[in-house]
Design a protein around this ligand. Structure first.
Ligand SMILES: C[S@@+](CC[C@H](N)C(=O)[O-])C[C@H]1O[C@@H](n2cnc3c(N)ncnc32)[C@H](O)[C@@H]1O
Length: 374
């Protein structure tokens, strides 16, 4: 059975507070390298849509969760509930990879790759498991920046995509804002989540979305109903909860879609075309994947804008990338990203401009960048 080789520190916040140095044991620069992306003919995951219904069907009968505190731009703190990693791990161990699309060959390869990492605690297994079960700290920075521009308050009729979402904290924030406001019937919001691993979408992305809804005013009626079951740290997933959740989505005009697979296989057309808001956090660490991520961001965005022109025009896109300046040992980081966005890695048709809109200089420096495409 395939198992992720977690490095769980029970009781300690699982937000990753370090750079990736310690988390990528097989850095290409080191001597005894096991570069899984080149030596193992790893099968990259291809694009697949996973329906909300199938993700709901895959939920266990109970999920355990803990609060995640997110500092906001106004000095306040937002608390969102997040599924406990040990709980996701337990489901994974008892049920396998959970990737309905995984072929026997790909599954065997995943198992072999994972087994080779058993003695090397790792948060990333390149092209097998890319770290999405944990929450990485730049995702909190992205929330802080989103809260400072107030964008999430006006998402009616907008299309939002989070790339490499993992635990999806930025999208949880967006949903928290929608679920905390009055529903309007004016226009629908299309919120799409992408992760390399289908199992991540199943084990953490959707559970976290449900938890965000459950703790919001949108779920007041359900929480006060007789059919409600749950405690401060555990939520029972009952048919009534599922119905109340999907009814709320309809009431608020929210259309959720989930996509797995590598960025170079993402099918923008079947996802419905361009987006108004493209978000991504801690996804620029690997130079090899940068071009495909950047091309996808550009195609998903089309024309760009800054937050001061959010309401202009028919199609405008705000494209935000949160990242650490350097990912030691893996080669990626912000300079490499800026070079690639500007077409300086030989991709003439990539001509974006990057502007830093949020920055933290202490410790391992981190930024939120806005990318304009011309
Ligand atoms: C370090 S995790 C960050 C997760 C989350 N955004 C956060 O900040 O907590 C990197 C994420 O990027 C995604 N990812 C990495 N390489 C990818 C690739 N080549 N194609 C698609 N997704 C990829 C993984 O699925 C994973 O969720």
């Amino acid at each position: 059975m395939f198992q992720f080789n977690f490095d769980i520190d029970e009781g300690i916040d699982e937000v990753m507070t370090t750079d990736l140095t310690a988390n990528v044991p097989h850095a290409p620069a080191s001597g005894d390298v096991h570069d899984f992306s080149s030596t193992q003919q790893t099968i990259a995951e291809s694009f697949a849509e996973i329906s909300l219904d199938s993700l709901l069907d895959a939920l266990p009968s109970q999920i355990s969760h803990s609060p995640l505190s997110i500092p906001l731009s106004d000095g306040k703190e937002l608390k969102l509930a997040r599924r406990d990693l040990f709980d996701a791990r337990f489901q994974l161990i008892s049920e396998g990879t959970g990737d309905p699309e995984t072929t026997e060959q790909a599954s065997d390869q995943k198992i072999n790759s994972a087994l080779q990492f058993l003695d090397n605690p790792s948060d990333l297994v390149p092209l097998v498991y890319e770290g999405g079960l944990k929450t990485w700290e730049c995702s909190l920075d992205l929330v802080s920046y989103l809260s400072s521009i107030g964008y999430s308050k006006n998402l009616g009729g907008k299309r939002v995509l989070e790339l490499g979402c993992g635990t999806a904290v930025p999208t949880l924030y967006v949903l928290h804002e929608i679920f905390s406001s009055q529903p309007t019937t004016e226009s629908d919001s299309h919120i799409h989540l992408q992760d390399y691993n289908a199992s991540v979408l199943q084990l953490v992305t959707l559970p976290n979305i449900i938890l965000t809804w459950y703790h919001s005013p949108a779920a007041d009626q359900y929480r006060n109903s007789e059919s409600h079951e749950g405690s401060d740290s555990e939520l029972n997933i009952t048919p009534e909860l599922r119905d109340a959740f999907t009814t709320s989505l309809q009431t608020y005009g929210i259309y959720l879609r989930f996509f797995s697979g590598s960025w170079d296989t993402f099918d923008l057309q079947s996802a419905g075309g361009k987006y108004n808001l493209v978000l991504t956090s801690e996804t620029i660490y690997h130079p090899k994947s940068l071009p495909s991520l950047i091309r996808l961001m550009r195609d998903a965005c089309g024309t760009s804008l800054n937050e001061d022109t959010l309401d202009e025009g028919d199609h405008r896109c705000l494209c935000l990338v949160a990242a650490k300046t350097v990912y030691f040992g893996v080669g990626g980081g912000i300079s490499e990203f800026i070079r690639c966005v500007g077409g300086m890695n030989g991709e003439q048709n990539l001509r974006g401009q990057v502007e830093t809109v949020w920055e933290k200089l202490l410790g391992v420096s981190r930024k939120v960048m806005s990318v304009r495409w011309s």
